[in-house]
Design a protein. Sequence first.
Length: 417
Amino acid sequence: MLTSKKLELRRSEIRQSLAQLANIENPSEDEVRKMGDLDTEYRAKETQYRAALVSEDDERREAGAELETRSDKEWAEMAGRFEVRQVALALDEGRKLDGATAEMVEELRNVGGFQGIPVPLEALETRTGETLAGGVPDPVRTMPTIDRIFANSSATQMGCRMINVGVGEVEYPVATGGAQPGWAGSETGDVPGPQAYTTVDRPMKPDQTLGVQMKITRKALKQAGAGLEQAVRRDMSAAIQQETDRAIFLGSGSSGEPLGIFPGASAYGITETAIDAAASYAAFRAAAVRFMTANAANSLGAVNLLLRPEVFDGMDELISGLAISEWDRLVAKMGKVVLTTNGITAPAGGPPVESKSLLTTTTNGVAPVFCGMWGAVDVIRDPYSDAKSGQLRLTALTTMDVTVARGVQLEILTGVQ
């Protein structure tokens, strides 16, 4: 026990004794002498207590700094040792979990209820030198980011921030009005009066659940061994990544899907500009200039661009009389150019065939898109549906939602030929 804590407890005992003696109407000589001794001791303990606090100050600061980072480090280390193979065997054979896997499952169960065995999202990441990001402060609450869980997804490359939510709902207040500067009109004149600070909330709710089903044969469980863990992880990771990417951009907002960027452009306040011309560096540069004019971006390099591969095919031809193409000019100036077949619908119409594209930027550390995932991946065992063949059916469930904080940080281009 710390010295300061011992002194504090002793001072509390002295105060209690003095209170009892003070209630005696006619104290004896011994009681008066005892009150004097206790008072002297209390004064001495008070001085010692202050000295102990000063001496322990440095130790408290060092311990506090360690405690601030210890939980994240320990969680990251356990996630690196988590074995999905143990989960599969526990669901099939009832084998007991052990090691870091058992610790993480127990921790997740204490946070929220799961029908099956919870699998942390970090356990599905590709483990080739990746690291887990630390806590990042948000307007409402501080939550750890999980941006590196699907490092190759189009959404994260376009600046989408992946957030791990424990329980409940999350809202992101976005300022829409505030202080207005102004000059005093004369020596004795007043500056403009105060303006109301207004915000609009962008909520994320756990209303959408994404599910992935897998079948594991009896032979695979008996023969694959440790290799089964890698196979299950890759399968789950690929399926969740593909559908999460699609939902962030193309989610319909109905039939259990979150509202994605393209279908929800009007709801999110995203500007849609019709190009109705062949894809060119000049067209995308003009859109980036609109970003900078709206104070959403301060340079062309801060703007990210999402395109279909068919647009790249049309732009990667040498310009007449030059040794470069429109594509070369685009990738040399833009911040990041991402090609996707999953986040943008296939070109249609024609001739000429037209596609869409998306521009995003991160302003003052605020991501253009937020994707919240609640808790861990809930893995549920079903040994009955395929019992005749001895197969095990696993269902992995994760709850997620998508929202756009400020529509001004995004722009959709239509009619890109």
